[in-house]
Design a protein around this ligand. Structure first.
Ligand code: NAG
Ligand code: NAG
Ligand code: NAG
Ligand code: NAG
Ligand code: NAG
Ligand code: NAG
Ligand code: NAG
Length: 427
């Protein structure tokens, strides 16, 4: 495909060159050639237009996947946002390429709104043809905090069993408790590249009060990675609300968010699912309020294939639940609630690594993780860790607040190290 494309560009270039410098030598010959060139140009042009239409105009397929009941609301929101200058919102909607075999997700849709109906007459006040071509510069990227997240329950299932990493992906469910500080008629979250299962969306008050607002529809602000749930009324200051949703995503293609790391073992490739959230990639792994000043507690549950182990910021507290999907046994690793912390310091790793461990004199469990054959080389690091921890506890007069500290050496890691709280990751 790409080879073909570049070939046709080559043809374009050389022929354009010919046309630009007409040759006197044989006019007749040139005319025939020019005609041929013209034909090629037209054909190439048509091909390009088709390609453009193919990639930008997948609207029909996408529209078919949306719930018709919410489409009008979505469209009006989109048009409103677009009229405010976020026009690019509606122009493209790349869907994560997720294998959903055997998942039975009810409906897949992208957190974007490629739904502008150019012929629609339902919005007479706004005509897309007349929008100014200059979009106002977006200066405020801050997330509204009228609803402040106090706690998250996050469950993430990593599909990394087997040898075919092309089929690997992850599935998540997040439930967020929101304290209302100021009335708001929407919930605005960060989200980037996740495919939300809209049938799983829920918004309600913590005490299930019937007078609390319901959500009407959702919209997206791709530029700011906002996912906006619109409510039919204002929330009440002082009350706590809950938002929840399920989603899927391929692993990140970059070394951030939740991505796949790997190394070549003796007879197979070993895969690890690894996180790197600093500065703004927690939103690639779960919908969240992804600003460092916003601090919450987190209950993390990792559902991993039975041949793997998982680690996270806090100690494991339960692993007694198992489930079987497509012949693969998964174990639910439940982690203790974290301290109040920023999203970017959350971390987890699913791997088949091993570890050595020691305990500081204050009872903090320290473990150094590495691939099986390298784990003996981590002894020095572990020794230094306990000494370093004791040194800084004394220097600052503050004892390490977590019951454990894991450190893991990863084959694929962008930075030299990352100070996730309770789970430090290293290259
Ligand atoms: C996207 O998914 C389809 C079906 O699972 C697969 O055939 C195709 O190779 C995938 N494309 C990429 C670029 O991963
Ligand atoms: C959502 O509500 C906040 C106030 O809570 C407001 O600042 C923001 O503009 C609203 N967003 C949209 C898209 O209406
Ligand atoms: C929200 O929906 C519930 C259940 O459908 C209903 O009882 C309640 O009155 C609705 N709330 C508002 C503010 O309309
Ligand atoms: C672990 O989880 C299972 C299933 O949720 C539950 O029945 C069990 O009581 C839990 N065990 C502990 C020690 O919390
Ligand atoms: C479950 O956790 C306990 C300790 O919390 C550990 O000893 C055991 O190996 C774990 N079981 C599995 C299947 O991972
Ligand atoms: C979070 O986990 C703790 C155990 O660490 C548990 O006591 C608490 O009920 C959990 N919170 C929620 C909202 O599930
Ligand atoms: C750690 O290093 C110190 C100083 O080099 C040494 O005395 C001690 O035995 C080491 N401890 C371990 C567990 O390796």
């Amino acid at each position: 495909m790409s080879a073909k494309k570049s070939e046709s560009t080559d043809v374009c270039d050389s022929q354009l060159d010919l046309l630009a410098r007409p040759n006197d030598r044989s006019r007749c010959h040139m005319r025939a050639l020019a005609g041929f060139v013209f034909f090629i140009l037209v054909a190439t042009g048509a091909f390009c237009v088709c390609v453009v239409i193919y990639f930008t105009g997948g609207y029909r397929e996408m529209i078919n996947r949306y719930d018709p009941e919410t489409v009008s609301g979505e469209r009006s929101d989109c048009l409103r946002l677009a009229s405010q200058g976020y026009k690019e919102l509606c122009e493209k909607c790349p869907a994560p390429n997720t294998s959903l075999k055997g998942l039975h997700m009810k409906r897949q849709a992208e957190p974007c709104l490629p739904l502008i109906d150019y012929s629609a007459s339902s919005t007479p006040s706004f005509n897309i043809q007349q929008t100014p071509t200059v979009t106002p510069k977006l200066t405020n990227y801050r997330i509204p905090t009228s609803l402040y997240p106090t706690h998250y329950n996050i469950e993430i299932q990593t599909y990394i069993a087997g040898d075919n990493s092309a089929n690997f992906f992850f599935k998540g469910h997040v439930k967020i408790w929101l304290r209302c500080d100021e009335p708001s008629d929407n919930v605005t979250l960060h989200l980037n590249g996740l495919t939300v299962d809209y049938s799983s969306l829920g918004f309600y008050s913590k005490d299930l009060d019937h007078s609390s607002p319901n959500y009407t529809d959702w919209s997206a602000d791709k530029k700011r990675n906002f996912f906006i749930l619109n409510l039919d009324d204002f929330t009440e200051a002082g009350k706590t609300y809950v938002i929840e949703m399920s989603y899927t995503s391929p692993f990140s293609k970059e070394l951030n968010g939740l991505y796949l790391s790997s190394y070549k073992g003796k007879n197979k490739i070993h895969y690890q699912a690894v996180t790197q959230f600093q500065p703004t990639d927690a939103r690639k792994t779960f919908p969240c309020f992804d600003e460092p000043a916003i601090k919450s507690t987190f209950n993390v549950t990792l559902v991993r294939p039975s041949g793997f182990t998982s680690i996270s910021n806090m100690p494991l507290i339960n692993n007694s639940t198992t489930l079987v999907e497509e012949g693969v046994t998964y174990v639910k690793d439940v982690y203790a609630q974290t301290k109040k912390m920023s999203t970017y310091l959350l971390a987890f790793v699913v791997s088949d690594f091993s570890y050595i461990q020691t305990t500081t004199k204050d009872g903090v469990l320290c473990r150094a993780w590495a691939r099986q054959e390298e784990v003996s080389n981590t002894a020095y690091a572990l020794n230094i860790t306990t000494q370093g921890l004791a040194f800084f506890e004394e220097l600052f007069g503050v004892s390490f607040p977590l019951p454990k500290l894991d450190m893991i050496a990863l084959p694929d890691f962008a930075a030299a190290g990352m100070e996730n709280w309770g789970l430090m990751t290293f290259r």
